[in-house]
Every structure is written in C-alpha cells, then in structure tokens.
Write a protein that binds this ligand. Structure first.
Ligand code: PHE
Length: 443
C-alpha cells in the first residue's frame, strides 16, 4: 500500500480523469482495477515470492528462458524512467509543504484574487532553479532511505502516518463539498457520458489503474520477494486495491468541486490541475479560520510528501535491487547510479515545463513523453505479458502453491483468477491496443 498510494492517486488520477471526460473515465477505471488490476497484482506477487529474486531475474528464473528475462528488464527500465519524472512532481509536493509551513497560502488567499494560486504554481515550475533543487532534495531523501536500509523505519512510520492521510482526505472531502462549484464538480466526476468512452479513454483508464497499483514496473514483484511464506497474497492484493481506489476516488471528489469553483481553471488543465486546485480547497472552506486552514494544509502536504516518498522508495528499490543483484555491485554503488541517472533525466523533465517547453516530441513535452511512454505503452505491455506468463507459462501448481499457503485451497477463486489471467486481461489489453490503432472497431 505504501508503494501504491501516492501521487498516482492524488495527482495523476484527477489529471487523467479531467482529460478524459470525468464520469466515463471513473467507471472504466474502477472496472479496470477490479477485473485486471487485482488479478495482475496477485500474479506479480506470485512471481516475486516464488522466485525470491529481483524483477530483472524473476521471470527468467521461473521460465528458464532468456527471452522472458526481457520482460523483467523492461519493467526495471519502466521503473527507472518513472522515477525520473515522478520525482519532479514529488519535488513540487516538497515545495508546497514548505509554502504551507511558511503560511504562504493564507497570505496569498488574503490577496483575494483566485488566480493567485495559479500564478504561484506557474512561476514556481517555470523558475529555472527552484524545482530542480526540490527534485534533487527528494531524490537524495529517497536515496538515503534505500541505502541505509531504514525501510523498516519508513514502513513503521508510514503505517502510522497513512491512516492520518486517509483521515485528512476525508476532511478535504467535507471541505470540498462546501465550495461553490461542488454540484458541478460532482456531476462532472460521477455522471458517466457513455458517448465519451473510446479507445483513448479505456487505454488511459487502464494505464491509470496499473500505474496507481504500481503494476508493470516490478515494484509489487520486488516487494513480494521479501514477503514471508505465510503472507496471504490474495487478501493483500484486495486490500491494497481497495485502499488505493478509495484514495483516488476521494481525490476526485476533492479536486473537481475545487476546479469548478476557481474561475479560469478547467478540468483538462493537465499536470498543474491539482496543484492549483488543492490550496484553494482549504482556503475556501476554512479561510475564515486561518489557524485551521494553516494546520490542515500543512498536515496534508507533509503527509503527501510521506506518501510520495514511500512510492519513490519502491521505484528506486526495483532498480537498485536489479543492479546490485545482477551486476554484482554493492547496494550503495548501485543506488548512486540510480539516483544520479534519474536526477539527470529528471532535470530534463522538469525544465521541459519551463525553459525547455518549446522542445517537443510528437507534440509532447519531455515530461509528457516520459509519462506517455511509460504508463501507456510500457506498463500496458508489461501487464499483457505478465498475465500471459502467469496464466500460460508458470506451472499451475506453482501458482496454486503461492496462493494456498495459508490454508485450504479456495478452488473456485483459483480458477477465476487463472481464467482472468489467461483470457480476460490479455484480450482486453490487446483489444484496446488494436482498437487504438484503428485495426478493430469496437469502441
Ligand atoms: N503507484 C504509485 C502512486 O500511485 C506510483 C508508482 C508508480 C509507484 C509506479 C511505483 C511505481 O503514486
């Protein structure tokens, strides 16, 4: 859950939902989590725990084929690329936590003009230095945790802190419902317009489901390689899926009312959406009591930093474990390569939102390109191949062994899972891809 709950829920989900028509996207996303996300998570857990190896080696060890090893390597590469641009946004959360600490949002709100939060965000991201400084700070914090192996510390503290984040999301939901745009926002988020569902929306929703559940990039597989033998994989996958989905849905209930309350802000504003809409929520609901607004916004951003840190750690760990286990290097050195590499790539991603914004590939900034290639191509390809691997290549008794270690064999449950992995997941992914390419005409 530490890996799964993060910016994917609170930042990327509302951004994607806003770009893809709101209610229609939510519906498809929920279906994707239940029908594909949870079975795939079980599959990744099984691969990780059965092989007891890093993702780059796990598929090869289990299949004894080099070619399947490429799947693991692609997942590690996806984790590395995601770490680079995810850390840019992670840096933004750090900046916002500082701004809250310095009471900047209360001061801004007193200026009375709602465009002040948009100006604040835009001048921050287009600054040539500040976002880079925040990016580096976040990456070094991640590096420190991964190298020191203080994972147990962060695990314990996130177990305590995450319920608070959940609680604050509930507070935020209540605040958001009092904003003037609440009705419009909820209508946008909860009324599915079926005519909007096309292959692009389904692809985005599927990618978002995988991204948010940390699937297709080796995180769940790597973490499962550290699981105890008696950990109940199926139950864990359901719990994580449910938790992750509820945080994302709450984020939507918070963001869209805010979006429709702020003049000039549109749901399809892109990556800036959440960072402009969120500070408004506390101010609109609690502006009359500045102390409350101060405490809540500070607590929220600090908790968001922690949730984000547990996600960047999991991404970093995938690549570090791979390098140190396969290249025979000490973990410390492996971790430096990962941190250094993602810092360099992250700098380009960050600058592409400011001084390098004119540099585009296929109409996308470098930042958008990283997101597109990883989430919509690599993760979906990895999801397809993982389900084929566990459904068809992995020996059924190996899977059964991983799933039934806690007691009786839940046979019906098992056959449903195998059916999903063999047919449903791969066919849906392949269908959406072909439809997107214009080769099928279903959607
Ligand atoms: N799932 C995490 C989130 O929702 C992000 C993440 C993506 C973590 C990819 C690991 C790998 O924020």
């Amino acid at each position: 859950a530490g890996s799964a709950v993060g910016l994917g829920n609170i930042w990327r989900f509302p951004t994607e939902a806003g770009n893809n028509g709101g209610g229609a996207f939510l519906l498809v996303y929920i279906l994707c989590v239940v029908l594909m996300g949870v079975p795939l998570m079980v599959a990744e857990f099984a691969v990780g725990r059965h092989s007891r190896a890093n993702t780059g080696s796990a598929f090869r060890i289990l299949s004894k084929r080099r070619s399947w090893g490429l799947l693991g390597k692609m997942e590690v590469l996806a984790a590395f690329l995601i770490l680079a641009y995810y850390s840019v946004v992670a840096g933004w959360t750090l900046y916002y936590a500082f701004q809250s600490l310095l009471n900047r949002f209360n001061v801004m709100a007193r200026q009375g003009d709602s465009s002040v939060f948009a100006d604040n965000f835009n001048s921050f991201v287009s600054d040539p230095w500040l976002p880079l400084l925040c990016l580096a700070a976040f990456l070094f914090a991640t590096h420190f945790v991964v190298v020191r192996g203080v994972k147990s510390g962060i695990e314990r503290s996130s177990k305590i802190l995450m319920p608070f984040l959940f609680l604050l999301m509930v507070v935020l939901v209540v605040c958001a419902l009092t904003t003037p745009g609440a009705a419009k926002g909820l209508e946008f988020f909860f009324t599915p317009d079926f005519s909007k569902i096309d292959s692009g929306v389904v692809m985005s929703a599927m990618a978002q489901a995988f991204y948010s559940l940390s699937l297709g990039m080796g995180c769940m597989c790597t973490y499962a390689s550290y699981f105890k033998r008696d950990a109940n994989i199926t139950k864990t996958a359901f719990t994580v899926g449910l938790m992750d989905m509820s945080v994302a849905v709450m984020a939507g209930i918070v963001i869209f009312p805010a979006v429709f309350s702020v003049p000039g802000l549109e749901p399809d504003a892109g990556p800036s959406l959440v960072f402009i809409a969120l500070p408004n929520v506390f101010q609109m609901a609690m502006g009359g009591i500045p102390a409350m607004a101060y405490v809540c916004s500070l607590a929220f951003y600090v908790l968001l930093v922690v949730a984000t840190l547990t996600s960047t750690i999991s991404l970093h760990e995938v690549v570090t474990a791979y390098l140190s286990e396969t290249r025979n290097m000490p973990r410390r050195r492996a971790a430096w390569y990962v941190t250094g590499g993602s810092l360099v790539l992250g700098i380009f991603c960050s600058l592409s939102l400011g001084v390098l914004s004119g540099m585009t590939v296929a109409g996308m900034t470098i930042f958008d390109l990283f997101d597109y290639v990883t989430a919509k191509i690599m993760l979906l390809a990895a999801g397809f191949l993982t389900s084929v691997f566990v459904g068809w290549v992995l020996k059924p008794h190996a899977l059964a062994n991983e799933l039934t270690n806690w007691g009786t064999l839940k046979l019906r449950c098992f056959s449903v899972l195998v059916f999903m992995l063999r047919y449903v997941v791969p066919l849906i992914i392949a269908g959406v891809f072909l439809d997107g390419l214009g080769l099928l005409n279903i959607l």
